[in-house]
Design a protein around this ligand. Structure first.
Ligand SMILES: Cc1cc2nc3c(=O)[nH]c(=O)nc-3n(C[C@H](O)[C@H](O)[C@H](O)COP(=O)(O)OP(=O)(O)OC[C@H]3O[C@@H](n4cnc5c(N)ncnc54)[C@H](O)[C@@H]3O)c2cc1C
Length: 596
């Protein structure tokens, strides 16, 4: 079985040293988010993850969820409910929710660190509370007062969970194709009919009620994505005064058998004239759903990060213990039958890739998490807009890159175990299987790339990119004369310039041929992700050098940054070359020639 120990030293370095969140949170009015409290919250969450959730990871994989066809009930794996009850009792479900609805009012920038640990400990389990965060956000921003009053408190307390019901058999990426109908019931409620598939936590035995947020079409809805509305459809009916009614006409029709996250309930949910309430304006459901999806996208990006950290921890331990072969330069442990595989450059390549992508990725994700707070609470409107632009720009990078890197790291970590990684005993193959879903749900990597390239960069004229480049420029100016940092600052500055030029050239070409956008998007996503990580690595070295941390820690940061700049950042060259080749290399081949 794989182990999990929360990497608290690096989590604290990211939060306190690099992002200096205490100052930020105080400026945003989070009076209780001081260092002492934050550290206590991190410690307690780590304890819960290591002792309660992590031991259930294997159980969930082996047992999976069980479905009773006769009743439509779903039973979670042994121990999941008990763990959920402890989670609720500890107030974790409402950690970053507003106090007026019973939450703990901790910043989102802290919530995201807790999510990393929870995901690493048990990804399948983490999906049950995950979607409630999105439901809470959608209701807070778009719900009527009575809806907030009735639904927010139990969702935040964790006594109910939320879902996000978008996907239908004929409608995945293209939500304009959805068919679920909503008919006015004559009493301000609606009758919802249709089938949703792949619904995470759509049915389970953890709570008494489940609040489905469902996209559906009103009778007068325009065609396509402009005709979609959002509805609250509880599993057990809830009246406007909060009183609980009868079982609603919502039923789980099946659970999917999946490659990974077996302990997560992925359900077909049938709505058969179920009572629902409209959220926000008719036909404006996608906008409200996007509030929910953005929260969930950051959350799924962090799932990739969490799995990568756990994979790395286990691969590193194994590489220290496993004795095979000798170092090329001669024995390192002559008294033993062989040297540990850690001495082999190729094993170090895999381990350092994991270390570089996870520690850099952690900063990328935590920074985005803190922008959620700044975008909502910064004192002046300009600062809020800047934070919002940057958050919008970084969200597809966090989701797209961190999940793909999560797959890369679980793959490398499994490889470090050799054949022992492929068998179930060490738990590495589970991490690789579980990681695979993260690049698919909440919008595939291709869709994140299109969002970054099309909407967040071209349509918004690079507003978010400009803010990020401003941060890079400020850092490079600040450290311009610092000889110890020159090996990082100079290439970073050069890459930032290339990023700007690349964006401009794609924009010019896209004006003449829209296919340029689709052809460039994936490579642009990764070019952006790698340059963003270069910034966080350069900054990590600068901050570590100036800190009172132990020399081994400082050396660890500097040497990993060297590895990153010399062996990973050059991937940007391939991405830039692919972008330069344009759509012809993809669309030039006729469809009929693809199988000739
Ligand atoms: C385990 C699991 C849990 C899930 N949980 C939920 C949930 O809770 N709620 C929910 O509503 N849904 C959920 N989903 C559905 C998930 O979000 C969709 O599967 C995903 O959005 C992709 O849709 P699709 O599978 O229909 O693929 P399709 O839309 O058919 O796409 C197939 C391929 O074509 C590509 N593609 C499609 N259109 C474009 C385009 N315009 N440009 C470039 N490439 C394109 C895609 O990137 C993908 O590679 C879940 C799925 C799984 C497997």
């Amino acid at each position: 079985m794989s182990t999990y120990h929360a990497p608290l030293t690096d989590i604290r370095f990211a939060l306190h040293d690099v992002l200096q969140v205490e100052t930020l949170f105080a400026s945003l009015g989070f009076e209780d988010a001081n260092r002492e409290t934050l550290d206590a919250v991190l410690d307690e969450c780590a304890r819960l993850c290591e002792t309660v959730l992590a031991p259930l990871n294997r159980v969930g994989d082996e047992q999976g969820v069980r479905f009773d066809k006769a009743t439509g009930a779903v039973t979670t794996p042994d121990g999941f409910k008990d763990a959920y009850d402890q989670f609720v009792e500890g107030g974790w479900t409402g950690m970053s929710a507003p106090a007026e609805y019973g939450g703990m009012n901790m910043p989102h920038g802290v919530g995201i660190c807790l999510e990393e640990m929870i995901d690493a400990a048990n990804l399948a389990w983490s999906n049950f509370p995950l979607l409630s965060h999105g439901a809470v956000n959608a209701l807070r921003h778009h719900g009527a007062d009575w809806q907030k009053e009735v639904f927010l408190k139990p969702l935040i307390a964790g006594t109910w969970t939320g879902t996000m019901c978008l996907t239908e058999p004929q409608c995945g990426t293209d939500l304009g194709l959805l068919k679920t109908r909503a008919e006015p019931a004559g009493d301000d409620s609606y009758s919802i009919t249709g089938t949703k598939i792949f619904i995470t936590a759509g049915e389970h035995d953890l709570t008494d009620n489940i609040i489905h947020l469902v996209l559906a079409r009103l009778p007068d809805a325009p065609e396509g994505s402009r005709g979609i509305s959002l509805f609250i459809v509880p599993k057990v009916q809830v009246a406007r005064d909060g009183s609980i009614g009868e079982r609603n006409a919502v039923r789980c029709g099946a659970v999917e058998h999946k490659m990974g996250i077996h302990g997560s309930a992925t359900c077909v949910i049938n709505f058969d004239g179920a009572q629902g309430y409209l959220i926000g304006q008719p036909h404006k459901g996608l906008m409200a759903m996007f509030t929910m999806m953005n929260t969930a996208r950051l959350g799924v990006g962090v799932q990739g990060l969490g799995l990568a950290t756990r994979a790395y921890e286990n691969a590193l331990r194994y590489a220290r213990e496993r004795l095979q072969s000798r170092a090329l330069s001669g024995p390192k442990l002559p008294s033993k039958a062989a040297d540990p595989i850690l001495v082999q450059p190729d094993v170090r390549r895999m381990l350092l890739t994991c270390k570089a992508l996870t520690e850099g990725g952690r900063l990328l994700a935590y920074h985005a998490g803190s922008l959620v707070d700044s975008a909502e609470l910064a004192a002046d409107a300009d600062a809020r807009k800047q934070a919002d632009d940057l958050l919008g720009f970084l969200t597809p990078i966090v989701k797209g890159c961190l999940t793909e890197w999560g797959n890369e790291c679980t793959y490398h970590a499994l490889q470090c175990f050799g054949g022992h990684g492929y068998i179930a005993e060490h738990g590495m193959e589970q991490l690789a299987r579980d990681a695979r879903i993260t690049t698919l749900y909440e919008g595939t990597t291709g869709i994140q790339a299109l969002d970054l390239m099309g909407r967040k960069t071209l349509q918004l004229q690079g507003a978010g990119l400009r803010v990020f480049l401003g941060m890079v420029e400020a850092f490079c100016v600040e450290h311009a004369g610092n000889a110890a940092l020159a090996e990082f600052v100079e290439p970073l500055q050069a890459k930032a310039g290339e990023w700007q030029a690349l964006t401009r050239s794609i924009a010019e070409r896209a004006a003449a041929d829209p296919e340029e956008i689709g052809a460039a998007a994936y490579d642009y996503l990764f070019f952006s992700g790698y340059v963003a990580l270069a910034y966080w690595w350069a900054r990590s070295v600068a901050v570590a050098d100036a800190s009172a941390r132990p020399e081994t820690f400082k050396a660890g940061k500097r040497e990993t940054a060297r590895f990153y700049f010399s062996r990973i950042l050059p991937r940007t060259k391939t991405h830039a070359a692919a972008i330069a080749s344009g759509p012809a290399s993809l669309l030039g081949i006729a469809d009929e020639a693809l199988d000739s």
